[in-house]
Design a protein around this ligand. Sequence first.
Ligand SMILES: [Zn+2]
Length: 106
Amino acid sequence: MDERMITLTILVIVVAAGVYFMAKRKGGGGGGCCGGHAHGGHDADSGSDADAKNAKDPICGMDVKITDETLQSSYKDKTYYFCSSSCVEKFEKEPQMWIGDETDEK
Ligand SMILES: [Zn+2]
């Protein structure tokens, strides 16, 4: 066997594994707009913010923790919180559409 061929094969495997990992980390697939949450940097129970509140993302319906970093948008004197920037974008395009849906409880 050609030695260069083996080196090349190993390289391809390493690159493929890297790409696979990156894709997994981004949470490709999974239902809804947000898939797997990729903001890694959030503090996991550091204890300092015990009074953290939760809000409901009107776009995808998931609960989001309200912190200084939480994405938010105001509409008609109410503030809405979002899990991701894509949810904010959807909301700001057509706020009524999303809030209108929220009125009927499931
Ligand atoms: Zn969302």
